[in-house]
Design a protein around this ligand. Sequence first.
Ligand code: KIV
Length: 308
Amino acid sequence: MSQAPSPEHAARMTIASIARLFAEGERIAMLTAYDYPTARILDEAGIPMVLVGDSLGQVMLGYDSTVRVTMAEMLHHTKAVVRGTKRALVVTDMPFLSYGVTPEASLENAGVIMREGGAGAVKLEGGERSARTIESIVRAGIPVMGHIGLTPQSIHQLGGHRVQGKTRDAGRQLLADALAVQQAGAFAVVLELVPEQLATEITKRLHIPTIGIGAGAGCSGQVQVITDLLGLSADFTPRHARHYADLHAIIKSAAEAYGEDVRAGAFPGPEQSTRMDDRTLDEILGRTALDRADGMAAAHGIPLDRDL
Ligand code: KIV
């Protein structure tokens, strides 16, 4: 009789597995990760989709926006996250201007993220304006997640982190964007900073999952930036985020305690140290009768006990 594979032997999630979760009505949890140890923990926790977001630029690299993030940086972090996950579908953001300039470059860069990075899908921003790019990448066999609403790579055009789609025209545009992304072949779409009623209505009209961030509970799934969730962001937590832990306080107090222990000579203790055989130490330091007799080690210029 065949048995269901245990979680550690289960196959990696694909866009088909995500479609199955969606069809079964399961709300889909997605989190960002940028490094190997965090990716391992999220995978162990059963998070089905891990996003190597270009939020990397702000939360890990200290840039002032995602516009500064490069393909090389996205690739570097994607590889670490892929190595850290066995089960999750890894989705990687295509960085600013790595797509949408020419169809050839968009496809080439999406291919590099999959081939070299090892991601299972790419994500790119824009609705109607990105539809043809999405279409050509999907046609090449690369799964694409769309991203509409607040699109951080256009922050200089949008003029700030504001909720999108709040007027008649802007709301209609958002609906058109969602449909365009779906029509282009995306397997899911992120809705960022969208009023919850509008996000719910968009979700009802699509047959692919909507993954919300600051878009209310009516989406098919949710995505959060891991540093917001863990209370690790330096000075700012967006209103849509909930702290599930306060790692800033935990790490700070651990670092303070370590600093105090080092200053006081209380670290390392016997448990963190290794002892050797005292007779071997005597031999090393020229304390044995033989050493004293022939002055052997002194010939190598090593300062032995008797030379001190
Ligand atoms: O870069 C990112 O982390 C994202 C999420 C906010 C969806 O795009």
